[in-house]
Design a protein around this ligand. Structure first.
Ligand code: KG4
Ligand code: ZN
Length: 318
């Protein structure tokens, strides 16, 4: 049984996963409410909260699975990328848990974790496939030819797609993180009301700064009394522009690489319009799209674990 820990940003998460990929427990404690008043994640606040929550989420995962710590055979943890202070809490907790029981420790790349959310039971996806990883921190097109890794085909030149959703949501008066709320607001509006630009940058890369600025100007130019009535249209048009950029580039990448299957992972993969725009794509289950530790434990199955006590000098990387 693998114990996974994830603390790279503002979710404190612990999960228990079997070597075969069954999720026995997947506990996520989101700090979103704590950071909402600041309009984004405050790194030092996140680190301190992880410190308070990391032991309780492990206890809860064991309770949910009805297992004991003695039954854990491997400890997996997100080592990179993320907020350094936040990562350090998870890495330190994982080292302590593993070392106290003479267990090996698997350091996991958070992005590999998102991809590995697709390898969990009951419907694991077998490579090769093309993967769009769109989250609050990343927008990547990945060629996945085996479960152990991926090749990066394209990335964002500025904001991540989730960041663009969150910043747009903020302009429309929605609380952080506003991606899901913007998705809901967009259903009430007309997506053709505003012609927001879809950036066309070279290769398979993305850019979201232009569409963000376009929304900023549209909001600024509206008389205050009209803004309330147009929020749905603005949200729908803005979402349409982001989703078009994501879907077009993904289909282009599939064409260029000859990929037969497309997968969607990361928080933005929860977006209803993105899912509808790529109807043949395999999307990770909703609870595995946003940050969680089951995906980290899943990735650990394809990572070389470090034997006890060699990992005591292991460091996190921002
Ligand atoms: O994967 P994730 O939990 O964290 C990172 O690794 O960054 O992704 C969080 C992001 C946030 O930006 C959030 O607003 C966005 O995913 N998100 C959505 C939706 N649900 C979550 N964006 C658009 N539509 C949604 N339904
Ligand atoms: Zn993530």
């Amino acid at each position: 049984m693998i114990l996974g820990l994830e603390t790279s940003c503002d979710e404190t998460a612990a999960a228990l996963v079997s070597p075969g990929g069954e999720v026995l427990a997947n506990v996520v404690s989101s700090q979103a409410d704590l950071h909402a008043r600041y309009g984004g994640v405050v790194p030092e606040v996140a680190s301190r909260r992880h410190l308070e929550l990391v032991v309780p989420v492990v206890r809860e995962a064991l309770a949910v699975a009805g297992r004991r710590l003695d039954e854990v055979e491997l400890v997996a943890v997100t080592r990179t990328p993320g907020l350094i202070g936040a990562l350090l809490v998870g890495v330190s907790a994982a080292k302590a848990l593993a070392w106290a029981r003479h267990l090996p420790l698997a350091p996991v790349d958070h992005l590999h974790g998102h991809v590995a959310s697709l390898f969990l039971e009951p419907d694991p996806l077998e490579p090769p496939f093309l993967c769009l990883l769109a989250s609050g921190g990343h927008t990547l097109l990945l060629e996945v030819s085996d479960r152990a890794g991926f090749r990066v085909l394209g990335t964002t030149l500025d904001d991540a797609a989730g960041e663009a959703f969150d910043k747009g949501a903020r302009l429309l008066g929605l609380d952080y993180p506003g991606g899901a709320a913007l998705d809901r607001l967009a259903r009430t509006g007309d997506a053709s009301a505003y012609a927001f630009p879809v950036a066309r940058v070279g290769g398979l890369d993305f850019s979201f700064s232009g569409v963000k600025t376009a929304l900023l100007y549209a909001v600024r130019d509206l008389p205050v009394e009209e803004l309330a009535a147009r929020r749905g249209d603005l949200a729908a048009s803005y979402q349409r522009a982001i989703v078009r950029a994501l879907a077009e580039r993904t289909l282009l990448a599939a064409e260029q690489t000859g990929a037969r299957r497309i997968a969607l992972v990361g928080g933005v993969a929860a977006n209803s319009e993105l899912r509808a725009s790529l109807p043949d794509a395999v999307a990770a289950p909703l609870e595995l799209c946003t940050d969680n530790a089951a995906m980290i434990a899943s990735a650990a199955r394809y990572v070389r674990a470090i034997p006890c006590p060699d990992y005591l000098g292991l460091d996190a990387a921002a």
